[in-house]
Design a protein around this ligand. Structure first.
Ligand code: BGC
Length: 445
C-alpha cells in the first residue's frame, strides 16, 4: 500500500474547529466570569491579572532611555531619544535566541533546558552592551519588556512565575529576573545601566499606544504567544490608584478543546498550562496543523516513521505561505517541503487532498481569530461599568495578527458579531514595535 492521506480525517478535524455564535458567546461569558473572579485576586480564576505598578503615561515623558525587549524569539535592545511626543532610535542591537545555519544545523540555543541562567543573561547583557556601543560611563535608564508571566511587588522587580512559549531554561522560575539581569550587566561592566521598570509586552504595548491615544483601554499581543493587558477597572482598596493589569489571558482555561488540542498540549513543555495560548498563538497553530496532518497519513506501519509529527513540523509561517499560495501547484510545493522528506518519494498529493488541507488551515486560523475576539469583547463588556460601551481603542501587535491571512478581518467580524452595533465603538488599532517603545516610556515614567 502506498502512503496516502485520508481526507476524511482532515475534513473532520477542520469541522471540529468551527465555533458558532452561541458557543462564542459562551466563551465570552466564561471569560467575563474569570475576569470578575480575578479582581484583586478575590476568587480562583484562570486569569492571573498581574499588577504592573504602572498606570497609563501622561504623554509628556521625555528623555533618552534604553528599551530591552525579551519575548521568546528575539532579544532586542534600542536606545531611544524621546522628545515632543516623538521617538527616534539612536542605536539598536538584536539577535535571535536560537540560531540555525543554512543547512538547518543549530548554531546556538539560549532557550533550552541545557542553558544555564548566567549564559542566557550574559547573552542579553551583551546585546544591551552593543546598543550602548560598549559605553560604561554615561548613565542609561532601562525599561525592560519581559514577555512572560511575572509577579511584581514594585515596578523594578519581577519574579518569573513560569516560562511559556516553550522556553525551558532551568533555575529562572521563582527568581527575580531584574536581579539576574542586573548581575549580568555588572559582570559585563555595565554598572551605568539602571533597570527602572520591567513590564510585560502587553503592558508595554498598552503604554506605547496610550502615549498618543487617550482612548486606549487594552492591548493584545497576538503572535508567537498570546496575551492581553488592560487598565484596571475595579479597585476595591480605595487608597490605591488603578493600574495596568497583565491578564495573562493565554492561560484562560474555560474552553472547549478538541482531541487535537489535547494532543498538542500533551506534547508541549508544560501540559495543562496556557490552554488558550495553545489554541490561538503562532507557536502552536502549526503544531495543530501538524498533528492533524500526521493523523491523516495512511500506509503500512513500516512506511510511516514513528516520529512523523516531529518530522513534519509545520509552522504558522508554513500555514500562511500555504494559504497565500495562489494556485494548486504552489500550494502543493509548500506542503511537499515537509511531507516529502518525511514520507519518501512514493508519496503524492492530489487536488482533493490539497483542498482538504486548505480547509484545515483556514479552520484553525478562523478559530484562533474568533477565540481572541471573544476575549477582547469580554474585556470591553467587563470594563463598561454601566453596561454602556464607551468609544475605545484596543491596540493589537504580533505576527499572527499582522501576517496570517484573514486574521485581522476575522477578529473584527467576530467582535461585531458579539457586540452588535456597539462593536462600532471599539476600534482595533494595529501597532508594531510597541513593546520596545513602551518599555522606554516606562523607564521614563
Ligand atoms: C506570555 C505572556 C506574553 C505573551 C505574548 C505568553 O506566552 O505568558 O506574558 O504577554 O506570551 O508575548
Amino acid at each position: 500500500m502506498a502512503v496516502m492521506i485520508d481526507n476524511h480525517v482532515v475534513q473532520t478535524a477542520a469541522s471540529s474547529f468551527a465555533i458558532g455564535t452561541d458557543n462564542l458567546r459562551r466563551i465570552e461569558s466564561a471569560f467575563i466570569y474569570d475576569l470578575d473572579r480575578g479582581v484583586d485576586g478575590m476568587e480562583p480564576s484562570s486569569l492571573k491579572m498581574l499588577p504592573s505598578f504602572l498606570d497609563l503615561p501622561t504623554g509628556r515623558e521625555e528623555g533618552d532611555a534604553l528599551a530591552l525587549d525579551f519575548g521568546g524569539t528575539n532579544v532586542r535592545a534600542r536606545l531611544y531619544h524621546i522628545e515632543n511626543g516623538k521617538a527616534a532610535v539612536l542605536r539598536e542591537s538584536a539577535r535571535r535566541l536560537r540560531e540555525f545555519d543554512r543547512e538547518n544545523a543549530l548554531l546556538y540555543d539560549y532557550t533550552s533546558s541545557k542553558t544555564r541562567p548566567e549564559e542566557l543573561f550574559d547573552f542579553i547583557a551583551g546585546i544591551v552592551k552593543e546598543a550602548v556601543s560598549g559605553d560604561t560611563q554615561e548613565e542609561y535608564p532601562l525599561g525592560w519588556t519581559f514577555s512572560f508571566p511575572a509577579r511584581q511587588e514594585r515596578v523594578d522587580q519581577a519574579e518569573l512565575i513560569s516560562w511559556s512559549k516553550e522556553i525551558a531554561v532551568p533555575g529562572v522560575e521563582g527568581q527575580d529576573v531584574v536581579r539576574l539581569l542586573r548581575e549580568a550587566l555588572e559582570r559585563n561592566g555595565l554598572k551605568n545601566v539602571r533597570i527602572k521598570a520591567v513590564v510585560n509586552d502587553t503592558i508595554a504595548t498598552l503604554v506605547a499606544a496610550a502615549y498618543s491615544d487617550e482612548k486606549v483601554t487594552a492591548a493584545a499581543i497576538y503572535g508567537t504567544g498570546h496575551n492581553t493587558g488592560c487598565r484596571e477597572m475595579y479597585v476595591r482598596d480605595k487608597d490605591r490608584p488603578p493600574q495596568l493589569l497583565n491578564l495573562e489571558s493565554g492561560g484562560f482555561s474555560r474552553l472547549m478543546r478538541t482531541v487535537y488540542d489535547l494532543e498538542v498540549d500533551e506534547r508541549s513543555d508544560r501540559p495543562g498550562a496556557q490552554l488558550l495560548e495553545k489554541m490561538v498563538s503562532g507557536r502552536y497553530l502549526g503544531a495543530l496543523f501538524t498533528n492533524v496532518a500526521a493523523l491523516s497519513v495512511r500506509g503500512e506501519r513500516e512506511e510511516i516513521p514513528p516520529d512523523l509529527e516531529d518530522r513534519l513540523g509545520f509552522t504558522a509561517e508554513d500555514m500562511s505561505r500555504f494559504m497565500l499560495a495562489e494556485d494548486i501547484a504552489e500550494k502543493r510545493s509548500v506542503l511537499a517541503v515537509k511531507f516529502f522528506p518525511a514520507l519518501g518519494k512514493g508519496f503524492s498529493l492530489d487536488r482533493a487532498e490539497i483542498a482538504a488541507f486548505r480547509g484545515l488551515a483556514e479552520a484553525i486560523t478562523r478559530r484562533s481569530a474568533r477565540l481572541v475576539a471573544a476575549t477582547l469583547s469580554a474585556i470591553v463588556r467587563h470594563n463598561s461599568e454601566t453596561g454602556e460601551i464607551k468609544p475605545q481603542t484596543i491596540a493589537v501587535d504580533g505576527s499572527v495578527y499582522a501576517n496570517m491571512p484573514g486574521v485581522a478581518r476575522l477578529v473584527r467580524a467576530a467582535i461585531d458579531e458579539l457586540l452588535g452595533e456597539e462593536g462600532k465603538k471599539v476600534e482595533l488599532r494595529r501597532l508594531t514595535g510597541g513593546s520596545g517603545f513602551g518599555a522606554a516610556i516606562a523607564a521614563l515614567m
